[in-house]
Ligand binder design. Structure first.
Ligand SMILES: Cc1cc2nc3c(=O)[nH]c(=O)nc-3n(C[C@H](O)[C@H](O)[C@H](O)COP(=O)(O)OP(=O)(O)OC[C@H]3O[C@@H](n4cnc5c(N)ncnc54)[C@H](O)[C@@H]3O)c2cc1C
Length: 403
């Protein structure tokens, strides 16, 4: 078992190099003192999976996303004051020994930290639950999903949240005539964070593209348990409301949950999210911070929040914490919340943009009286390009576009 630590400097360990993690890295890269601080970045995958574009990625090779949406981590990941002062480990954290300030990894390594930041995101439904071990395994997963969609003649998506809706739109773009149905337990698509009017408009928009939507309805748990993704009883299903369904491909698109299985229940809420103070610190572990999808905060978890509203505050507080510890000495207790310079999270506002294939979609901003963004606006902002063109700026990696 090897130990990774730099005893001369304070070590910041960042677990999770997703959209939130990389935003924090960028912020810290300009504010650390390279003589005093170093960083270790750990991610279970060898490459960033750009989640926002993955539903197009798994349906077809449109936009060459295999090249453009999977960005390997490497020395290019580290910029500014992290150049030569940071390292990447491709491994999963399996346990945190808070008392010893160390992490255990699935490759047998132990990593010591002075400050730890957790940004491990969500576990997504099977179609976008990408493997961890290698880029090749990720590509294999993508190709298998594409082959399943190509072969299917009648597709049922179980779950009408953002993933189900966006997937249905991508499928419709790729397969203009295949029957596609979404079944959703709730009264209307999405959830009650969004106004009924918006949820109904979303449904109408899908229906105009011949995507059938069944709401307030579900497949029984025993039926769901009896099928794996592509094995459907030939007799089909009868939904709870009595609709006969005959899909030859059933795709789970519901049930994303926080990726926190490596953490003890003592630091988690009943919904398995990480309990935090407004400074993003764990209440009983002042040198441990968490942000992004995993936090127990009453909000819809989105990249926009992790990047724009969480990461800048976490960066300020991490630097302040390190400076306070340095002034007070290693054994002194530091109360970050009490410092006037610490920044507290008070929440942000809700907003989302949902694609419906490349040329359509719908958006909602919970500001003023509640603003709905039209299909044209959402297609310009999101659906057309899925934010892929800005990714190199975030990852430092430039894909070869010649392939
Ligand atoms: C199809 C789709 C569309 C979306 N569209 C939007 C959108 O338009 N706008 C928006 O704001 N949000 C959108 N989101 C949500 C957004 O992608 C997430 O909210 C965001 O990525 C969360 O950022 P994060 O840094 O918390 O986690 P992630 O970006 O998920 O990153 C977590 C990282 O942690 C790593 N990790 C996990 N466990 C471990 C471990 N034990 N050890 C080491 N590493 C680990 C993972 O490999 C991953 O790289 C979308 C999501 C999906 C799936």
């Amino acid at each position: 078992m090897s130990k990774t630590t730099d005893i001369a400097k304070s070590t910041i360990v960042l677990v999770g190099a997703g959209l939130g993690g990389l935003a924090l890295l960028e912020k810290l890269s300009t504010s650390i003192n390279p003589d005093k601080h170093s960083l270790i970045l750990i991610d279970a995958r060898p490459a960033l999976m750009h989640l926002i574009s993955t539903l197009r990625l798994i349906v077809s090779d449109s936009d060459n996303l295999l090249e453009k949406a999977i960005h390997p981590y490497g020395t290019h990941t580290f910029r500014n004051k992290f150049v030569g002062n940071a390292s990447f480990i491709h491994a999963s954290v399996t346990e945190i020994k808070f008392g010893d300030s160390e992490l255990l990894l699935n490759n047998g390594q132990t990593v010591k930290y002075d400050v730890l930041v957790l940004a491990t995101g969500s576990v997504w439904p099977r179609p976008i639950a990408f493997p961890n071990e290698s880029r090749e395994a990720i590509i294999e997963h993508v190709k298998s999903r594409r082959a399943e969609f190509e072969k299917a003649t009648n597709i049922l998506l179980v779950g009408g949240g953002a993933v189900g809706i966006e997937l249905s739109g991508e499928l419709r773009d790729a397969f203009p005539t295949k029957p596609i149905t979404i079944i959703h337990r709730e009264r209307l698509l999405l959830n009650s964070t969004y106004p009924d009017k918006f949820r109904i408009r979303m449904q109408r928009q899908l229906e105009t593209r011949s995507i059938a939507v069944l709401t307030d309805d579900y497949i029984s748990d025993s039926d769901l348990a009896s099928v794996s993704e592509s094995q459907v009883p030939s007799a089909g299903f009868v939904s709870a409301r009595g609709t006969k369904l005959n899909p030859d491909l059933v795709v789970p698109t519901w049930g994303n949950r926080p990726n926190t299985s490596y953490l003890p229940s003592s630091v988690l809420s009943s919904s398995s999210r990480v309990k935090i103070l407004p400074t993003f610190q764990l209440p009983d572990h002042p040198n441990v911070f968490a942000f992004g999808d995993i936090i127990d905060w009453d909000e819809q978890h989105m990249a926009g929040k992790a990047v724009a509203f969480h990461a800048p505050k976490v960066a300020t507080n991490v630097m302040l914490y390190l400076n306070l510890v340095e002034s007070a000495g290693p054994d002194a207790k530091v109360d970050l919340s009490a410092s006037k310079k610490s920044v507290k999270y008070t929440g942000s506002f809700e907003g989302l943009a949902i694609t419906n294939g490349k040329a359509s979609g719908l958006g909602f901003l919970d500001v003023l009286w509640g603003i709905t963004l039209s299909g044209w606006v959402v297609s310009m902002i999101k659906s057309k390009g899925l934010f892929v063109s800005g990714l190199s700026k975030v990852t430092g990696y430039t894909p070869s576009t010649s392939k």
